[in-house]
Design a protein around this ligand. Structure first.
Ligand code: ADP
Ligand code: MG
Length: 699
């Protein structure tokens, strides 16, 4: 049970003054929540800067362009002339050193007359400017008299905003939220806090929203660092709990006798590589042990992870149990289903697919068969997490391209069976610190070798000015029976504008190449997406214009040309993923990276690396070097996924300390019963790691 001490933080923001249904919706959007945000959500929306009003110069000394708070006497008003509302309303003011014009557009005269009584003294705070040689302040942020000055915050936080929600509203509401922060029992080690000069939680959170100094809101400052460490500790504790929990529930020894695997191997059109054999052996050995498996399979794009997933599933199924394979997108789930179907037929596995698209009778039927054991392997998307999805006896959960799923989701899947073994698969070689952050300790298998017969990809960089020429080349490739992906750029961080770019390009290419041209993007209906992929896979269309929906995992071995428009806008990992869609078959493949000149330094370096190497591990290292760890999961702007205040680039160095602290805590107090243990429970709730608390109780 959550301690009532935390109630004020878990109250919805509608309990704060001025937050009605309309404003609440806006905050929902701002804070990225699906439901009514809570006071805590608002408090974890941290400022990105401050406005410093402490400067109190005389008018003569004001630096135009700066924010200043000035003490002036109001001399006279010059209202906008009648019928000319566009001419601004001016208020002339002065001190003993110089003059100031305060300017308002579209203002109400009676409002301004009250705000600026002629002959009286006012404190006016805002951004100054020089206009026609005169010092001006347009729409001051604050206008107060002597009494108001005492209450005026001299340093104000600035927050990220969303349309319809202004800074003043966000600030006011957040300030009200800050007034609700309770004093909580300390969960950090007192000596550690003292040594690092970190404030208590309540003080840290308060000073981030009521800063006195710019330092108070700096990510590397003591307040933010304190919260980041809290969050890292909470996540390490949750992972430690998850791990102990999973390991404690002993596995059931689900490796079968190999009869299904044998049939699959016989049906494969190729022979497995040595690294594939090794990975499968490691997995099967894990499955057979009386402990739970927690293994990560890392293998570059195209290294053949899918067949390993299938073999792992087969081993579990041979022992009479079930397996689940979860993919991050609908396209991928369908593709896995399609690849696996013939092999399942040949080996007698009963498989089914479940995504958001299976509805009604069809869905009910799948769920029923799953529950009575008539399905051996269920392939799907997030839909597999849903409560209604019940297995007869789930032995193995395989999660593909797993970094897109959070701990909660993985936990949800493992709860669907007894002592479920877990295999996560990723194409991104993840640095050790990141593995630690997201997964805690895991066993790792690597596929270092590509299947035989792969030809090197010829990668070229071409300026956009040669688009025509390039289109001709694509035309020749198509005429010769080739298949071409054409990836359109990220225009902005918005799906809509990406889409527009892709649709425009599609229209142009279709005008030239006719019905052989296809289009696929994330906004399409599921069935249309499938149809587009299917048409391309079976050669009905030969040129597939796409947004980055094809980035992850799509497998059409016949495709040999990849065009990436505005390649300079993509990250290295993304370019590598995209290029990994070709070079999968016998034919020689070409990747054309179209860029807009002039190229910046980093973009130039990225494209050069792409030309130089196809080695995913090397590319990942270079990627790290170019942009720092924080961005490997594509998260620099928004922080780490699953984290609200900690940032890997700033606070990552604290991770080992948090891990050690979590381990120490558990060795001393595994059930969190001590005084510190009790305080830690608060911490876990605050950072939404309370699933972990339940694991303690489950014992
Ligand atoms: P990824 O590791 O990127 O998920 P896939 O599992 O999609 O890779 O495999 C990429 C392609 O390689 C598929 O077409 C698959 O059939 C093929 N493949 C997998 N293993 C081998 C192998 N040992 N020999 C030849 N082709 C293979
Ligand atoms: Mg894959």
């Amino acid at each position: 049970m959550r301690s009532s001490l935390l109630d004020p933080l878990f109250a919805t923001i509608t309990t704060l003054p001025g937050v009605g249904p309309k404003v609440e919706k806006l905050f929902r959007h701002l804070l990225g929540r699906d439901d009514v945000p809570r006071v805590l959500d608002l408090l974890f929306h941290l400022p990105t800067g401050i406005i410093d009003r402490r400067a109190r110069p005389k008018l003569r000394d004001v630096v135009p362009g700066s924010v200043a708070t000035v003490e002036v006497t109001i001399d006279r008003h010059r209202p906008s002339p009648p019928n000319r509302p566009r001419v601004p309303y001016l208020i002339y003011a002065s001190d003993e050193t110089s003059d100031l014009i305060i300017t308002y557009f579209h203002a109400k005269a009676d409002y301004l007359e009250k705000l600026f009584p002629v002959g009286e003294k006012r404190y006016v705070s805002g951004t100054t400017a020089l206009y026609d040689g005169m010092l001006q302040m347009v729409h001051p942020d604050r206008v107060v008299d002597e009494k108001g000055l005492a209450a005026l915050p001299m340093v104000e936080p600035v927050y990220p905003l969303t349309e319809g929600l202004g800074l003043n509203q966000v600030r006011k509401t957040t300030d009200a939220a800050a007034g609700k922060i309770p004093k909580l029992p300390e969960w950090q080690d007192a000596a550690w806090l003292a040594r690092n000069r970190l404030p208590p939680f309540d003080q840290a959170l308060t000073s981030l929203h009521r800063p006195q100094e710019p330092e108070d809101i700096a990510p590397q400052g003591p307040a933010w660092t304190r919260l980041a460490y809290d969050e890292l500790l909470a996540s390490q504790i949750a992972l430690t709990l998850l791990r102990t929990h999973l390991r404690r529930q002993s596995g059931r020894g689900s490796a079968g006798d190999g009869h299904v695997r044998k049939k699959i191997i016989a049906a494969l059109p190729y022979s497995l590589t040595l690294s594939q054999h090794k990975a499968i052996d490691a997995i099967v050995a894990d499955l057979g042990k009386p402990e739970r498996m927690l293994r990560m399979l890392q293998g570059d794009v195209g290294s053949g992870k899918t067949v390993i997933a299938l073999m792992a599933a087969a081993a579990a199924i041979e022992s009479g149990r079930q397996a689940a394979l979860m993919a991050p997108t609908e396209i991928l789930a369908r593709q896995h289903h399609k690849t696996i179907a013939p092999l399942a037929d040949a080996s007698g596995l009963r498989i089914a697919i479940l995504t958001g698209r299976e509805r009604g009778k069809e869905r009910a039927n799948i769920l029923a068969r799953l529950e009575n054991g008539a399905i051996d392997l269920l392939i799907g998307t997030h839909a597999l997490f849903q409560d209604e999805v019940a297995f007869k006896d789930l032995a193995l959960a395989i999660v593909d391209e797993q970094h897109r799923f959070g701990v909660h989701q993985r936990l949800a899947l493992t709860r669907k069976g007894e002592a479920v073994d877990i295999l996560v698969m990723t194409a991104t070689p993840i640095p050790r610190t990141l593995v630690l952050t997201y997964f805690g300790d895991m066993d790792i298998s690597e596929l270092r070798e590509k299947p035989a017969g792969r030809q090197p990809i010829d990668t070229r960089t071409i300026p956009l000015s040669r688009l025509e020429e390039m289109t001709d080349a694509v035309g020749r490739a198509i005429d010769e029976g080739g298949r071409v992906y054409w990836v359109c750029p990220l225009v902005e961080e918005s799906e809509v504008s990406d889409l527009a770019a892709a649709e425009d390009r599609f229209a142009l290419l279709k005008a030239r190449f006719g019905a052989r041209t296809g289009l696929v993007h994330g906004r399409m209906k599921g069935a249309d997406k499938d149809a587009a992929m299917e048409a391309f896979a079976n050669g009905e269309t030969r040129l597939l214009v796409a947004t980055t929906v094809i980035e992850v995992g799509v497998d059409v071995p016949e495709a040999t040309v990849m065009v990436i428009e505005h390649a300079e806008r993509f990250g290295l990992a993304q370019l590598h993923q995209l290029r990994g869609r070709i070079g999968r078959g016998e034919g020689r493949s070409t990747c054309l990276l179209l860029y807009k000149s002039p190229l910046g330094e980093t973009a130039k370096a990225r494209l050069a690396i792409m030309r130089e190497t196809e080695d995913g591990f090397r590319i990942a290292e270079e990627d790290l070097r170019l942009r720092g760890e924080g961005d490997v999961l594509g998260t620099r702007q928004s922080g780490m996924p699953g984290f609200r205040v900690a940032r890997l680039d700033v606070h990552g160095a604290l991770l080992p300390a948090a891990r050690d602290d979590a381990n120490l805590l558990f060795s001393r107090d595994p059930e969190l019963k001590s005084e510190r243990g009790q305080a830690i429970r608060h911490l876990l709730y605050l950072f939404e790691r309370d699933e972990a608390v339940r694991l303690i109780r489950a014992g």
